[in-house]
Ligand binder design. Structure first.
Ligand SMILES: Cc1cc2nc3c(=O)[nH]c(=O)nc-3n(C[C@H](O)[C@H](O)[C@H](O)COP(=O)(O)OP(=O)(O)OC[C@H]3O[C@@H](n4cnc5c(N)ncnc54)[C@H](O)[C@@H]3O)c2cc1C
Length: 386
């Protein structure tokens, strides 16, 4: 089997890595290096306790895999256990379904009355309910990317940078290859894993797939001795999170703004409003942090389908075109499982832990969906999806 993958982010590389023994794989990446778009812009939290059951299925599977990695990936140390604290301020029941599901799967989820004893940065916080997951992890996305690339190349696969895919070649109603500036490449299947640019490439092939990129801001603080060894901490309903990064914190007020990228890099500088939003939330919900000195930050694109589920598997309207996109804010969390599922289906295997229809790129999608400009669930805003 001959497979072309468009995009060397976590999604495309994971698919390629899982196919490395069964297929001739070529990954085409427009940038100078693999993993330089969303896959380098994230906070790296591996979060199993999400709202969506399909996201959780992918997250639980990835977590299981990270606990027992083969040496060829383990030697890159792509993740480590930090523990996590998920707190709720306005809606104490918001994550109860997720907690029940995870517990049924054997994941350790503890309800905690005094969260500041586990996450001291919550001292004085108005949190009404909190969950502690002692086995949650943080990933080093760069290490994961490096491990995937090495694994693909060691088995004879290719990861080619500075290769811009201009369009997908269609013949007889099938995707049979891609066009680049250097000419045409043919394959048995094309995997569309182009992150925020996937929608555009699909549209060129005549498909309407409503993936919407949402920009989010991350901020870094100066050194704080309390950060060392602190579990990552996320107040989910009001939308603010932080985790240790270097000697300080990496934090976000969970801003969301629709922003379709051009051909240039998708990262951007910190703007005044999201910065102010994060500082306001710190004052209200994380008073123990005081007035942190911000030392830097960046923005990046999280690309979602309107139901916030990924698009995985063969496109029902275009045989030969396979999807690994729409990984939103959970692409690190689900990275290994996304590749395992798509590669498995490509090879004609059963993937019993994931419902294929639920993540199909051809599923019915909403015309309007709720984005969260201020990261606060109660402040969601309905937007029309074109
Ligand atoms: C601010 C922020 C915080 C986040 N925090 C977390 C977190 O804590 N936990 C978590 O699980 N996830 C998080 N995420 C999400 C995660 O980073 C993404 O879901 C994941 O990286 C998506 O990977 P991808 O491979 O789909 O996309 P990308 O990494 O964007 O890869 C797509 C690749 O396709 C290439 N490409 C595009 N078009 C073409 C073309 N025409 N030809 C060739 N190549 C092309 C691009 O250059 C790019 O390298 C966060 C994201 C952001 C932005």
């Amino acid at each position: 089997m001959d497979i072309l993958v468009i995009g060397a982010g976590l999604a495309g590389l994971s698919v390629a890595w899982h196919l490395r023994d069964q297929a001739r794989v070529r990954v085409l990446e427009r940038r100078e290096q693999p993993g330089t778009e969303a896959s380098s812009q994230n906070a790296g939290m591996i979060r199993r306790m999400g709202e969506d059951p399909y996201e959780r299925a992918l997250a639980v599977r990835t977590h299981e895999r990270l606990e027992a990695l083969p040496e060829e990936l383990a030697r890159f140390t792509p993740s480590r256990v930090t523990g996590a604290l998920l707190g709720l301020v306005d809606d104490p029941w918001h994550l109860h379904d997720a907690a029940a599901h995870l517990r049924a799967r054997g994941v350790r989820v503890e309800s905690v009355d005094r969260p500041a004893e586990i996450a001291p940065i919550l001292a004085g916080s108005p949190v009404r309910h909190a969950w502690y997951l002692p086995d949650e992890r943080v990933a080093d996305a760069h290490a994961l990317v490096s491990g995937f690339v090495a694994g693909v190349r060691e088995r004879g696969g290719e990861v080619r940078c500075r290769e811009v895919v201009e369009s997908v070649i269609l013949e007889g109603g099938r995707a049979v290859g891609v066009r680049t500036a250097d000419g045409e490449l043919r394959a048995d299947a094309v995997v569309l894993a182009a992150g925020a640019w996937s929608r555009h490439l699909a549209a060129e092939a005549g498909l309407s797939r409503p993936l919407v990129p949402l920009r989010r801001t991350l901020l870094q603080t100066a050194a704080d001795s309390r950060a060392a060894g602190h579990p990552w901490t996320w107040l989910d309903d009001v939308g603010v999170y932080l985790r240790p990064e270097g000697t300080g914190w990496l934090l976000s007020g969970c801003d969301e703004a629709i922003d379709f990228p051009d051909d240039g890099p998708s990262t951007g500088p910190v703007e005044i409003e999201p910065r102010a939003l994060a500082l306001d939330k710190i004052e209200r919900f994380l008073p123990a942090l005081g007035e942190p000195r911000l030392t830097g930050g960046w923005t990046g694109l999280r690309t979602f389908a309107p139901d916030r589920r990924p698009m995985l598997g063969e496109d029902p309207e275009l045989p030969g075109l396979w999807w690994a996109a729409g990984l939103g804010g959970f692409g690190v969390t689900c990275s290994l499982a996304v590749g395992e599922a798509v590669a498995g289906w490509l090879c004609g295997e059963q993937v019993p832990w994931l419902d294929r229809e639920a993540v199909s790129p051809g599923r019915r999608t909403l015309r309007r969906w709720a984005i969260r400009p201020t990261g606060d669930l109660a402040g969601s805003k309905l937007v029309r999806v074109k």
